[in-house]
Design a protein around this ligand. Structure first.
Ligand code: 13P
Length: 344
């Protein structure tokens, strides 16, 4: 495994028309999402659900990679094929979430830091042997009264940089995900300031830990108003603020920026990605690494029933197709409405 392999993986993941499906919800998170649609969360229902997503006909047209959770990378379909092999068979690159979630940061009330560095080298070796080619680590930054603090941003950035360096040592391409949450009633302007500081510290620490920028991808939040804010979500304002933030903080050597959807509706996340790609001139590929904005309608339609698999797959395919169009700046409300009519 050489630097060239890391660079190739990063470039393949942001190939034209393609993006990433984040299907790496931890057991706690997927259990919450299942319960919202009335599905019991067991290893079998989680397997059935992810099998439904991965076996969607022609989904590889729009997906370059899928991020898996530890349980999923070890599971097989009902026909006994490893789920990860289903992806590889379609030319989709399997990746794996390797952080262990967040914990309260000592001395910083209300702020969290991501854990998972202990024993990471050994875990990475196992995932690489299972065929994973890239990894993900998510840091969580909360906007609140007086937060985030510099101490919190540096602690999270340091952990992300240690993770990214270990991944590259093991020949796995790291996705670095500092997520500034949408929770709160803050303005878009405050989100911009916090995201700028977050990314500034992230790249400072990546430099300190000698991370190869050409062999990584950044997975940030879009710069949006808080969920409880009275500001409207205006795609032009979001696109301008997000691109300005990235331009001020992200070196052009990074091949791609793969956005999370963060609790935006599928339409909002898709429209905002589209607006950014229509503005052009970014030095990085700008694409998606959505969980909720790709899966939401499909999960609801599936509702844990085998007879709903086909309609759920159609809805998943449609969201991926729309996100792929947005990745090229070719998405439109007309396309969205045509799709909704089909599924309605
Ligand atoms: P959302 O697109 O639902 O924010 O999920 C992306 C992700 O991977 C969060 O870690």
């Amino acid at each position: 495994m050489t630097d060239l392999d890391l660079i190739t993986t990063a470039q393949e993941l942001v190939a034209e028309r393609k993006g990433i499906l984040a299907a790496d919800e931890s057991t706690g998170t997927i259990t919450r999402r299942f319960s919202a649609v009335g599905v019991e969360s067991t290893p079998e229902t989680r397997r059935d659900y992810r099998q439904m997503l991965f076996t969607t006909p022609r989904i590889e047209t729009f997906l370059s990679g899928v991020i898996l959770y530890d349980e999923t990378i070890r599971q097989s379909t009902t026909d006994g094929v490893l789920l990860r092999d289903v992806l590889v068979g379609k030319g989709i690159i399997p990746g794996i979430k390797v952080d262990m979630g967040t914990t309260e940061l000592a001395n910083f009330p209300g702020e969290v830091v991501t854990e998972g560095l202990d024993g990471l080298r050994e875990r990475l070796a196992e995932y690489r042997d299972m065929g994973a080619r890239f990894c993900k680590w998510r840091a969580v930054i909360r906007i609140g009264d007086g937060t985030p603090t510099r101490g919190n941003l540096v602690a999270n950035a340091h952990a992300m940089a240690r993770y990214a360096a270990l991944c590259q040592e093991m020949g796995l391409m790291p996705i670095v995900e500092p997520e500034v949450l949408m929770d709160g009633d803050h303005t878009l302007e405050r989100c911009e300031r916090v995201t700028t500081a977050t990314l500034h510290h992230t790249f400072e620490q990546l430099f300190e830990q000698r991370v190869l920028l050409e062999g990584m991808l950044l997975k940030p939040n879009m710069v949006v108003p808080g969920k409880g804010s009275l500001e409207d979500m205006d795609p032009t304002a979001v696109a301008e603020a997000t691109l300005r933030t990235l331009q001020r903080t992200v070196p052009a050597a990074v091949p791609g920026v793969v956005f999370l959807s963060g609790g935006q509706t599928p339409e909002q996340a898709t429209m905002n990605l589209n607006a950014m790609n229509q503005m052009g001139e970014a030095p990085w590929e700008l694409t998606f690494s959505f969980a909720r904005a790709l899966q939401g309608p499909a999960m609801e339609a599936w509702s844990g029933k085998a007879e709903n698999v086909q309609i759920a797959q159609e809805l998943f395919y449609q969201r991926a197709q729309l996100a792929s169009a947005a990745r090229e700046g070719e998405y439109s409300e007309t396309m969205e409405r045509a799709t909704t009519r089909l599924s309605g």
